[in-house]
Design a protein around this ligand. Structure first.
Ligand code: MSP
Length: 771
């Protein structure tokens, strides 16, 4: 039976419906704990990472300003094969590599003024100890057992596939391998009903609704026990008591949310105080780990579950998810350098409805900046502060009772106060800001209508001074309200305005919960204004050019340093590429592995050979990326090319193989066998129950074809319609998920394998052959 728990702190906080497991905890009432995902250190921070962290920072600032004791955690995820491999490519140890990149994340967060309370690294002893403690607790409680499993495995997906030996992976279209391994398994299957009941009792546990639907349907379709250890990898947390295994990277990573609070250590005061988390803010693609695995691990360990998991959408740039593997990143430093971090924060929170994907472009950024910040808020503040200095020596004048116009502005300000909080606390930042900027416009309109700078001849000097006092005092009062509410989003500008209004240090006010008492008034006559200073100087066209050139320069130097690495490492594969085994696909998918029911059958087969594929070690936008024919694998999967070399390769072995064998040539006749044609996409839709697959109908000029492609995670089907692509048109048809695929489309396979469809700059006729 769910228990309703009301918070007694008197502040706005939603009533929470707690399940029994959460309600047992007396902890955390009166405080607020929020977390970002911890970032992989294989890639440098970009705007996509900054987005989640900035959102959390805005939330944390508002909570603190409301007088709520807040703990804001962020950090880096440093274990796993991907990091091990990146370190190797960079010619250093995983520890050195992780330390360097983790430092870049932290340094950037500091430069952006993000107010995290703790930054955890999964390589820190406090974390390692906590993970081991969690693992042992789960063992002691009987939820972890050792088993071995023999089944069909798709290395591209890093997932077990149902079916007998010889089964073809529906995503990659290759024959799965028969793999046996001994691992530790977590009894996830025991939590299917409990999780469904938990979701039912806690409708706000996971949002947005799309995430909730996806997770519920995943659990409803049946949960299998998951592998929570690996024995083929050493860069991880050793399993306590059986150190040839390391803890499954996702269990390791998820545990950061409690290990950072001291879980499993002698000093667990913070854990007692702040846990359970109020918000785990995550990107939408990692919701399954946070909404299924994580609560199940916690329930099994007897630890309260988090109160909510909120998924942000993706920041898109040039039509695709901004990511290193796509090579379409923009760095937060660039915007910070040219327009300041408030501009970036305001843009991200105002422009993108939280939970949805949103486009980033320099044009849109500058447009918002000029419209809302420079010409809107900034200009309003500057007009009022300057007039108070000019007409009243910088002191808030005594004013007579207001007229209807003042009453109306006050009503508007109170409406903004009433609307802003609930919208913001629902993470509906865009609407919250919209309602606040309405007050900016209303205050502007009020000023213009009363024109305190213009004295009509018929008005006496005394009357005019009274009007000026009334109008400027009222406008300044509205600015105070706007500034207080806007503080979590534009903290630097808000601090300047606060000082200009003579209200002192905003940071101090925030420490004292100034927002909890926000009401009209509060800017008393006699208050001495500070000196005016510019807030948001208008951005001209050059600002865009500057940002673009900073990004170009950055890509260039990244490529140059990658090329230098190639020069000093003559043994590596052709420039900008190296050969690594597909088995070592990215962690996101490696982590998705498991999901299988172990048997106690003894291993029958040593691990079968795995295919190899190329991944690129330099920024993808400029690298000579390899084109792969699809079905294209999921994010981070290296593409599997049917018929690719088979062999058991560890990373080192694979690289040596590349060096020793040299490039394999084919003859022109071999190439002529492959018929490549231009096709136009007519229909694109998702395939039910196949997350990664899109069904396309394409026009080849002479005929229409159906093609299945594993690109659903990267391309919105609607956006593909009309697009011209390249397909292998003479491939033998084959069936996937009961549907026939008649051809393969071509895509550049970038580092980590995220596909980018091949296309043309010039217009080309449908059906044209590529030779
Ligand atoms: N290490 C895991 C998370 C473990 S949490 C216990 C991971 N790391 S990540 O570096 O790949 O991604 C971290 C977060 O950054 C994810 O929430 C991801 O969604 C977010 N973003 C990375 N690129 C993004 C965009 N282009 N847009 C928005 N957020 C994206 O996953």
């Amino acid at each position: 039976m769910p228990i309703t728990l009301k918070f007694s702190s008197g502040r706005e906080r939603n009533t929470l419906i707690m399940t029994e497991s959460t309600s047992k905890s007396e902890s955390n009432s009166g405080c607020f704990y929020l977390t970002t995902p911890i970032y992989y250190v294989n890639a440098r921070p970009h705007l996509g990472h900054a987005y989640s962290t900035i959102v959390c920072d805005a939330i944390a600032r508002r909570k603190r300003a409301l007088g709520i004791e807040t703990w804001f955690l962020t950090g880096t995820d440093e274990h796993g094969q991907k990091i091990e491999r990146s370190a190797k490519a960079a010619g250093c140890t995983p520890e050195e590599f992780a330390t360097k990149v983790s430092g870049e994340f932290r340094g950037l967060w500091d430069r952006l003024g993000l107010t995290y309370d703790d930054f955890i690294r999964t390589t820190e002893p406090r974390h390692v100890r906590g993970v081991q403690y969690l693992f042992k607790t789960l063992c002691d409680k009987g939820y972890i057992y050792k088993g071995s499993y023999t089944g069909q495995y798709c290395v591209g997906c890093e997932e077990w596939i149902e079916g007998p030996p010889g089964t073809i992976c529906p995503i990659h279209g290759i024959v799965t391998e028969t793999v046996s391994e001994e691992n530790y398994f977590f009894k996830l299957s025991a939590f299917e009903r409990k999780l469904l009941e938990f979701y039912e009792a806690n409708p706000e546990f996971m949002l947005p609704e799309s995430t909730r639907r996806e997770v519920v349907s995943f659990v409803r379709s049946g949960l299998k026990d998951v592998s929570v250890s690996r024995s083929t990898l050493s860069w991880g947390v050793p399993v306590p008591g059986d150190e040839k295994h390391v803890v499954y990277v996702w269990m390791d990573a998820l545990a950061n949310y409690i290990t950072a609070l001291g879980y499993g250590s002698d000093d667990d005061q913070k854990f007692k105080k702040f846990w359970p988390a109020d918000i785990h803010l995550i990107g939408k693609e990692i919701s399954r780990f946070h909404c299924v695995y994580w609560p199940a691990f916690l329930m099994a360990a007897g630890i309260p579950t988090p109160r909510s998991v909120r998924a942000n959408g993706w920041l898109l740039f040039d039509q695709g998810k901004m990511s290193k593997s796509r090579g379409n990143i923009v760095r937060a430093e660039t915007v910070h350098t040219v327009l300041g971090s408030d501009a970036l924060r305001y843009f991200l929170l105002r422009e993108i409805p939280f939970g949805q994907d949103g486009n980033f472009s320099f044009d849109a950024l500058v447009q918002r900046y000029n419209g809302d910040l420079a010409n809107g808020y900034g200009n309003l503040v500057s007009r009022v502060v300057n007039m108070v200095h000019k007409y009243f020596g910088g002191v808030v004048p005594e004013a007579e009772a207001g007229t209807q116009a003042e009453a109306a502005l006050r009503t508007n300000a109170e409406a903004a106060i009433a609307a802003f909080g609930p919208a913001f606390d629902e993470l509906n930042f865009s609407d919250a800001l919209k309602s606040l900027w309405l007050l900016v416009a209303e205050t502007d309109g009020y000023l213009t209508a009363n024109a305190p700078w213009k004295k009509p001849p018929e008005r006496s000097d005394a009357e005019h001074a009274k009007l000026q006092a009334r109008v400027l005092g009222t406008a300044a009062a509205a600015i105070r309200v706007i500034t207080a509410l806007a503080y979590p989003i534009v903290p630097d500008a808000a601090a300047k305005v606060w000082a200009q209004l003579g209200l002192g240090e905003l940071a101090d006010a925030a420490k004292h919960g100034f927002l909890s008492e926000l009401a009209w008034g509060g800017l008393k006559a006699g208050t001495k204004f500070g000196e005016p200073s510019p807030l948001f100087p208008r951005a001209e066209k050059e600002a865009i050019e500057r940002m673009q050139s900073l990004e170009d320069e950055n890509s260039r130097s990244a490529v140059e340093s990658a090329n230098e690495r190639e020069i000093v490492a003559p043994t590596s594969a052709p420039a900008a590429t190296s050969v690594v085994p597909v088995a070592a696909a990215t962690d996101k998918n490696a982590r998705a592995a498991g999901g299988t029911t172990p048997t106690t059958a003894a291993p029958t087969n040593p691990a079968k050979p795995v295919a190899t594929a190329k991944v690129h070690q330099v920024p993808a936008a400029l690298a000579g990326s390899r084109l792969s024919s699809t079905p294209v694998p999921a994010d981070g999967d290296s593409p599997l090319v049917p018929g690719a070399t088979q062999g058991v390769h560890g990373p080192a072995e694979a690289e040596n193989a590349a060096v020793n064998e040299g490039p394999k040539h084919i003859t022109i006749d071999d190439f002529a066998k492959v018929e490549l044609r231009v096709a136009q996409i007519l229909v694109a839709e998702r395939v039910p129950k196949a997350d990664k697959l899109l069904r396309l109908e394409v026009d080849l000029g002479t005929e229409k074809r159906q093609i299945l492609a594993g690109i659903a995670e990267y391309y919105e089907p609607e956006k593909l319609i009309g697009r011209k692509i390249v397909i292998v048109s003479n491939l033998a048809p084959r069936k996937m998920r009961g549907l026939e695929s008649n051809g393969m489309l071509l895509a550049a396979s970038l580092e980590g394998g995220a596909p980018v469809l091949a296309g043309f700059l010039e217009d080309v006729p449908v059906g044209a052959r590529l030779k």
